[in-house]
Write a protein that binds this ligand. Structure first.
Ligand SMILES: [Zn+2]
Length: 295
């Protein structure tokens, strides 16, 4: 019996006979032995094992444990005919790397319930469909103008960009802004410099993964980028002019396709049309209010 089969047989309840005491992994097998057994498992087996019980989950999910990282690394390199031999980008654990690169095929938030198509967004370390992405992200424009986030904080955060338009992960923004405000002001500059450096390296590292994706699914990728930027820009305009973004998405100009790759001036022209539509909505709303008052 191979090491893998033996290992999974040990997990099955029918392995132990009434005479034989059932093996208790938490007390009978030290982590070093567990790690040695796991060396023979493929990443697929490890993900299966991770879902067996809390003990395995704790052992295999520890992203900062050198033991755990070694288990995943060995497994990935042993299966190099199936998996990438490139190391994960700096700052990403082996498990996250395997999850994002191979294991997840559906959006990790809605599991394909909202939209069938999804994409790995390497800067945010997630796989998301468009709908879940838009729920969890915000444009730089709104962060600066509406949320009043200091530029120094934004430069410490990873982002995705569509043209020159930058989009950030909301929970990252909240976390980093909190950290920025709670550290002593005298050490903020040094802290920010280190963060910026770390983010810059990380974004450089993940760029090739993003590019590989872009070239594999070029048409879908372009359409997706256009939809994401349009939706974020409508949110920017709606927030500025206090109108319902859903109303703006119903404007005929919203659906007008842009020629790819659009230049920034094309985006500016598209934005202008939406702003005019939004202004008409606000005028209409004002007229309705005035009418009510005059009655
Ligand atoms: Zn989703």
């Amino acid at each position: 019996m191979g090491a893998q089969n033996l290992f999974f047989a040990m997990l099955r309840s029918d392995y132990s006979t009434p005479r034989r005491r059932q093996l208790n992994f938490t007390t009978d097998i030290p982590p070093e032995i567990f790690a040695a057994i796991c060396e023979y498992l493929t990443p697929d087996d490890l993900f299966t094992l991770l879902r067996v019980c809390r003990y395995f989950r704790a052992l295999l999910s520890a992203s900062r444990s050198a033991y755990t990282q070694e288990i995943w690394r060995t497994s990935r390199l042993r299966s190099s005919e199936l998996f990438d031999h490139r190391p994960p980008p700096k700052g990403m654990s082996e498990q996250q790397y395997m999850l994002l690169h191979y294991w997840l095929t559906k959006c990790q938030f809605c599991r394909g319930q909202k939209e069938w198509e999804s994409k790995a967004y390497w800067p945010f370390k997630v796989r998301a469909c468009r709908s879940c992405l838009l729920e969890r992200t915000i444009s730089k424009h709104r962060l600066l103008n509406e949320w009043k986030i200091p530029k120094g904080v934004l430069s410490c955060l990873p982002y995705i960009s569509i043209g020159t338009y930058e989009i950030y992960w909301i929970s990252d923004v909240i976390q980093v802004e909190f950290r920025f405000r709670t550290i002593p002001p005298a050490t903020r500059t040094l802290w920010a410099t280190k963060q910026q450096e770390r983010v810059r390296h990380y974004l450089q590292d993940v760029e090739e993964f993003e590019l590989a994706y872009k070239y594999n699914m070029i048409f879908w990728y372009y359409k997706e980028q256009e939809s994401i930027r349009k939706s974020c820009m409508v949110d920017d305009i709606a927030a500025e002019l206090a109108v319902d973004p859903q109303q703006l998405k119903e404007l005929s100009a919203y659906e007008e396709p842009l020629q790819w790759p659009p230049k920034e001036r094309d985006w500016a022209a598209w934005r202008h049309k939406i702003v005019i539509g939004a202004q008409q909505f606000t005028k209409l709303q004002r007229r309705k209010v005035d009418k009510r008052w005059s009655l």
